[in-house]
Design a protein around this ligand. Sequence first.
Ligand code: HEC
Length: 106
Amino acid sequence: MFKVRYAHTKLILLALAGAVALTACSAPPGDAENGKRWYAMHNCSACHGQNANDGRALAIAGLDMGFSRFEGILRKPYSPSMPAFPEARLSRQDAADIYAWLRSLK
Ligand code: HEC
């Protein structure tokens, strides 16, 4: 009896650990349609261009970087010309939406 329960607990813990690892590493699923809207709303277009490849800042259409790097740049841009977008201003989900839209522009 005890052994069976213990085995179940172990399985549940393993599943939980897996879920935590997944949320930590991967992007939440993004919605490209919404992303296009957030991109305009947050004025990314002012610098990166309406189509994300026609602005005065670097083209980011098609973006060839992982989500965590992308989110890192939003929170703490490496260029002083780009404003930071803290989570209070741009949620992780909105960032994932923008990411999905940029990736769809390949
Ligand atoms: C005021 C101008 C400005 C705004 C607004 C702005 N950026 Fe930037 N962004 C820059 C500049 C400048 C760089 C550095 C590269 C360069 O010099 O073109 C940069 C870099 C980036 C990079 C890294 C590109 C790479 O390949 O290294 C990403 C990704 C990015 N911006 C996304 C965004 C997103 C998404 C938004 C809106 C939420 C945004 N930016 C808003 C100016 C801006």
